[in-house]
Design a protein around this ligand. Structure first.
Ligand code: SF4
Ligand code: SF4
Ligand code: SF4
Ligand code: FES
Length: 952
């Protein structure tokens, strides 16, 4: 019997990975399952459902409740089905009078200490305890309710999203195990013994004050109403659900959006999701309230100039106004005077349409994406070395990794569900190396072995990766077989001669980069000698003046050690936003058509020209920073921005604002009137991920379906708005559904040629390339060869950034994210996630604080060569002395007022991670912050007439 898997069913215990099959008889039915399967799971696979309370298939079996007792021929007693593995020839009985009596007795004991308020309980109808009481036929409780009990235990409502009501707890420990096994936080424990045993968060603290990160795994696992979503308590049990994809980070978790009418009641992580397997983080699980927030834009608006009030108009008028303005700009300033920016938060179909609009209706290649400011070096670096602009693995591949090198990434905050998977592998014994200026939480993974921390100074990554490679090459740790067979001999020889030079030795660079030579040598040996070694990296690699060089250095390391092309290895960029990979794949960059086909490639161009019926420029268009420069120079006058807040997210805010002020037509299409909207002439209300159909592509190249669960608040989905704008410009677009857009993408993009909504629905998700050779997609890339034939080593000369600390700016500022907020915060700031991070702060080392007389919570003026802002101090020994850190989730923090416009030499990705600053105690906001507050007031006054809230 093959194991058929229904993701909506709970099989009681996890699946066994064994290939060895075993046949047994359960209630007289022959069942064949993999060796290592529990009797409970084997029975469930045969549709024989054994009662259970402490077992669930996301957790290892525990065997505490005794409800699942069975009888096995030839064995004494009544063993627990959840902890008993199947054996060949076993004969199991799951139902008889003796078993029924035992189960009823067990259940009676539970119910005698449980409130009998089922009818008014929020879990009524969705409670395993209630179901099991019915299933075992419990009709009376002989013990009464007068004895000692827990019925008056206090409820903990501190967490913004769920409650903990110990009066309903049966101490089954599922929550404790979920927090440990699935999430890896170990925030919960069972304290006390016997009757006094109870679930405790942290050191017997309220949930909110404990180390709980609000992932929801315990709530998901709880079989009673003890741990319960507040949204279900408020709205009642959901009535129907739709499987869709989280719109926050690049993990791309699948969820069941559970609805009551048009009301979203709960987002339940979907067990059938190939990226998350039923796990979630606080953002996707709980932070969906922004979708119905009162700040949502619901009507289109226009104005002639940015100091004029907004005028609410109908869709037709807004679109016509935008199209007329764009056309008159082009007539006056030329075809290249307008452009568009796609969003990595929108769907593939939507980003595809925006770049098509620019290329076909605007008639130029002035299209770019917010991926410019995060992962453009990944595209360049990986394409140059491995031949494809994408990560090489599935997330699940990490379960086969023996050594995990994390560079410039903070997965437990920025990619939390993958962070949990990674922690699971660390607990199983994999070695961890972290290269990061900060002591990130991953280094403190509970129950994992010792980790190696390489606290590299900001800006020194390339020197570090070269030193690691130097050790590998000079100590003979490279994989000659792989290199000979899979890599280009000439580029390898050149690289080897370069990297073997003494100037790259750990001892030669240690002082400059801040990492002891012995640590570098140890880490290089650990990585090179592991059976499987995998690299995961993030924006701490790409957002540097040598971001592309560093990506190539990482690829060199993987190729030199043969860590490419199988499970457990590879080069894995952790993408920040939900659809960074997709927006790059869809041709958002000015030099590439969809599928990374260069605009100078006449064959590719001809294909698109044939399909689109226009001529496509063979010269790359403007990148975002070029657009800003051209705007300030008066050559670039019109910009269409889809779902992206460039005024907040791009570096050197004053420069960006000056550019936006220079435009004659700025069209902002977004959920909210964001910072960029303050400079806009047309506001087009966008649709949230809940209001549209489409696809997102996550960091493992996985194309996931986004499914509409409620109508678009303003009446149009984003792809429809772009289509309307194209039509108003005289370029016909006529799609009835995003599936038709995907069909067009598949026709024109070789790596997507096998993708369709039908196939996505049938397979659940697909990792591209998906084509005739790989109709079900490609989980692991480069298994036999590279798209460019042989892998190409790149010489990675280290060139120190010009942004250096000196006497005037003695500290280096680096930026990043935290778990509860997301990017510019437009969504998460409009949810209860504010409870965890209501403001951005500046983290600094105790030594730097003491030197400046700074106490925790002081206001600090942070000055760089670009500008000044003011943030509160948080003293933290996670920092290196000399390095300070902040997030950029709140617009008034002005984190990007101080970042410079230095950028990656190859791609212009901004150097967010290195800004030389000075920090002093101050008592008032910076000038920029005062201007920001005034501008906010002005824009609020202009909006007042149209009753629209302005972000603040
Ligand atoms: S809170 Fe829920 S999952 Fe945790 S022990 Fe109590 S009943 Fe079990
Ligand atoms: S919400 Fe997540 S982190 Fe918090 S206690 Fe539950 S499982 Fe642990
Ligand atoms: S890990 Fe990322 S994709 Fe998954 S729920 Fe959290 S934010 Fe969403
Ligand atoms: S379900 Fe088996 S002992 Fe609880």
């Amino acid at each position: 019997m093959l194991e058929y898997y229904d993701p909506k069913k709970d099989y009681g215990t996890p699946a066994s990975a064994s290939a060895q099959l075993i046949t047994l008889a359960i209630d007289g039915i022959d069942v064949t399952v993999p060796e290592g399967t529990s009797v409970m799971r084997a029975a469930a696979l045969a549709d024989i459902n054994i009662p259970r309370l402490c077992a669930t298939d996301s957790l290892d079996s525990f065997g505490s409740c005794r409800l699942c007792a069975v009888q096995i021929e030839g064995r004494r007693g009544m063993p627990a089905a959840c902890t008993t593995p199947v054996e060949a020839g076993m004969k199991v009985t799951t139902q008889n009078a003796e078993l029924a009596r035992l189960r009823r007795n067990v259940m009676e004991l539970y119910i005698s200490d449980h409130p009998l308020d089922c009818l008014t309980c929020a879990a009524n109808g969705d409670c395993e305890l209630q179901n099991m009481a019915g299933q075992v036929g419990l009709r009376e409780v002989r013990y009464g309710f007068a004895g000692s009990n827990h019925l008056n235990a206090d409820k903990d409502t501190s967490n913004p999203y769920f409650t903990f009501d110990p009066s309903k707890c049966i101490v089954c420990s599922r929550c404790v195990r979920a927090c440990a096994e699935v999430q890896g936080t170990f925030a919960l424990s069972i304290s006390g013994r016997g009757f006094a045993s109870k679930v405790t968060a942290g050191r017997d603290q309220p949930f909110l004050e404990s180390e709980c990160v609000s992932c929801g795994a315990c709530v998901q696992a709880c079989p009673t109403a003890t741990l319960m979503e507040k949204s279900v308590i408020a709205h009642g049990q959901p009535e129907h659900s739709v499987v869709t994809t989280c719109a926050y980070c690049g993990v791309g978790c699948s969820f069941e959006a559970e609805m009551k009418g048009d009301q979203l009641v709960r987002m339940t992580p979907y067990k059938g999701g190939h990226a998350n397997h039923g796990h979630s983080c606080v953002k996707g699980r709980f932070a969906f309230g922004y979708a119905t927030h009162k700040d949502r834009l619901t009507e289109p608006m226009i104005r002639d100039a940015i100091d004029q009030p907004w005028q609410v108009v109908g869709w037709d008028e807004a679109i016509r106004f935008a199209a007329d303005r764009l056309r008159s700009i082009q007539e006056r300033y030329g075809r290249d005077s307008v452009g568009g920016i796609t969003s990595s938060r929108c769907t593939n179909e939507e980003t595809y349409l925006v770049q098509k609009l620019v290329r076909a209706a605007f008639g130029n290649n002035n299209t770019d994406t917010c991926a410019r400011v995060c992962h453009s070096p990944t595209g360049y670096g990986l394409k140059t070395t491995l031949g494809e602009s994408a990560g090489t693995q599935t997330f699940d591949s990490v379960r086969d990794a023996d050594c995990i090198l994390v560079i410039g990434a903070n997965p437990t905050d920025a990619h939390p569900v993958f962070g949990s998977l990674l922690r699971r592998r660390l607990r199983e014994g994999a070695n961890l190396i972290v290269a990061d200026p900060r002591h990130i939480d991953l280094l403190d993974t509970p129950h994992a072995g010792d980790a190696v921390h390489l606290p590299v100074k900001p800006g020194c990554n390339v020197a570090l990766v070269n030193a690691l490679a130097h050790v590998i090459v000079t100590e003979g740790l490279q994989d000659e077989g792989f290199i000979q067979q899979r890599c280009d001999a000439e580029t390898y020889r050149r690289w080897r001669d370069f990297i073997a030079q003494e100037r790259h030795a750990p001892e030669a660079v240690a002082d400059d980069i801040g990492v002891p030579a012995a640590s570098i040598r140890g880490a290089a040996r650990l990585y090179a000698t592991a059976r499987n070694a995998a690299i995961y990296y993030g924006l701490g690699v790409t957002e540097h003046s040598q971001g592309s060089t560093m990506v190539m250095g990482i690829a060199n390391l993987a190729m030199a050690t043969g860590n490419v092309g199988r499970s457990g290895v590879g080069v894995n960029p952790l993408r920040g936003q939900n659809n960074v990979q997709g927006s790059c794949d869809m041709g958002s960059f000015p030099h590439e058509l969809p599928g990374y086909q260069h605009v100078s490639d006449s064959l590719a161009r001809e294909r698109f020209e044939g399909a689109w019926g226009v001529q496509i420029d063979d010269e790359p268009g403007l990148r975002i920073p070029n657009m800003f420069d051209a705007a300030i120079a008066g050559r670039f006058k019109g910009l269409y921005v889809q779902g992206e807040d460039i005024a907040q997210s791009d570096p050197n805010t004053q420069h960006v604002e000056a550019a936006l002020r220079s435009l004659d037509c700025l069209i902002v299409q977004d959920l909210f009137a964001n910072e960029t909207a303050k400079f806009a002439h047309v506001l087009l209300p966008g649709s949230s991920f809940l209001e549209k159909n489409g696809t997102f592509t996550n960091a493992e190249r996985r194309i996931n379906r986004v499914r509409k669960v409620m109508p678009a608040l303003a009446g149009k989905e984003d792809w429809q708005i772009t289509m309307d704008l194209a039509n108003a410009l005289g370029y016909p677009m006529d799609y009835a559904h995003p599936a038709e857009i995907m069909d067009e993408i598949a026709r024109l993009t070789p790596s997507f040629s096998g993708v369709s909504y039908e196939r996505l629905d049938a397979l659940g998700s697909i990792q591209w390339p998906c084509n005739a050779q790989h109709p079900a997609g490609t989980p692991i890339m480069h298994t036999d060869d590279f798209p460019i034939g042989k892998g190409r080593f790149a010489v990675t000369e280290y060139v120190a950034t010009s942004e250096r600390a000196n006497r005037r700016f003695p500290l280096l500022l680096t930026t990043g994210r935290i778990l509860s907020q997301y990017n510019v915060g437009a969504q998460t700031r409009r949810t209860e996630n504010q409870a965890w991070h209501p403001e951005d702060v500046l983290e600094l080392h105790p030594h730097d604080a003491e030197e400046r007389g700074i106490d925790d919570g002081d206001w600090l003026g942070i000055t760089s060569r670009s500008g000044q802002t003011v943030l509160r101090a948080r003293i933290s020994d996670r920092m290196l002395p000399g390095v300070v850190y902040t997030t950029f989730h709140h617009p008034h923090s002005g984190a990007n007022v101080i970042t410079t416009d230095n950028s990656d030499w190859a791609t212009n990705c901004p150097e967010y991670k290195v800004t030389a600053v000075q920090v002093v105690k101050v008592s008032e906001p910076s000038r920029w912050q005062r201007d920001f507050a005034e501008n906010l007031k002005r824009q609020q006054a202009l909006m007042a007439q149209s009753d629209v809230e302005v972000a603040g």
